[in-house]
Design a protein. Sequence first.
Length: 348
Amino acid sequence: MFNRGNRMLKQRNDAQSIRMPVITTFLILICVLVWVLYRETGEKPDSLSGLMKENLNSFRSSVKLDPTVEFRNGTDLIWQIPDSPKAILFLAHGCNGKAANFWDRSPKCPNCVGLPEERLIVLNALARRFAVLVVSSAERCWSFEEERLIVKDIIEWWVVKQKLQSLPLVALGASSGGYFVSVLATDLRFSSITIMIAEGLFDQMDIPKSYPPTLFVHMPKDKRRRVIIERYLTLLKGKGIDVAEIKCMEFALSPNLLADRIPGLDLATSVRLYNLFKEKGFIDTKGFMRNDGRAIKWKAALKEGEIILPDKSIVNHIQEEMNLAFAYHEMTSLQSEHIFNWFETHMS
Ligand SMILES: *[C@@H]1O[C@H](CO)[C@@H](O)[C@H](O)[C@H]1NC(C)=O
């Protein structure tokens, strides 16, 4: 930036058409610009971790996960209703996901997994008085024909059973669940939806005028999806549908991050993992992931580093956070405030 500035100054000096005060002002302007840009990028990781902490701390006292598990239409559904709910949130997981990922293991849900991002989305929802309903897909991923009818049935049945018919209904789907929610929105009346790390199936459907306001939460590092999302934003906007996007960027791991976000993972283990990742070159000197967690042979490194996890299943929790930090394709709760603002401002 300085180089370009100097070159421009030089050209102008050669032309001898600018006096000293103008040049000085110009230089000062450049300095201010550089300082502002530097300050902004320098601040991002801080504000992000600030946001993480704030979120985590505020939950410890106010909301508790307390699920109810049921079976219907050959699948399981898990739900929780806070005091005086103001809306209903339907959540659709990605491939290999299930309802049990959204709540911690407890006597009421012995098979629950409590993946870090999933459980934080539920906690955020409950803190903002959204009733939460999660259904598992019948197969590994969602399918877009009969399964839509089944899920529509389940949601409608559940809403009546819980006597919540008067409340607005919103939906959030991630990856395969994002495609699913994009079409389910033509079967059920959602007041708004969020499609996460997916572009939706807008090429394969008739988009009615009444299609709900749609928020895309995506990771621009996934360039293929980013390009299609840009196209769909224009397409939906052109049909008069309210749309917005949130771009989720990579961030640096810190020694305490895993302990902060994964229940049951202590600080000492978190620090050892961080150091191991650094030693093995999985993260760079600033703590940024060099690759997606799925693509790194980090589980073998665990054995080598003689790190014993409190619970074997925690490897999935750790990997989710690694994927999130790399920001290519992962469920994310970091944008919850934005997402729930979107839902709350589109409830008429
Ligand atoms: C779901 O189950 C209910 C109750 O058993 C049944 O009446 C309904 O037809 C089922 N829905 C679908 C789409 O199979």
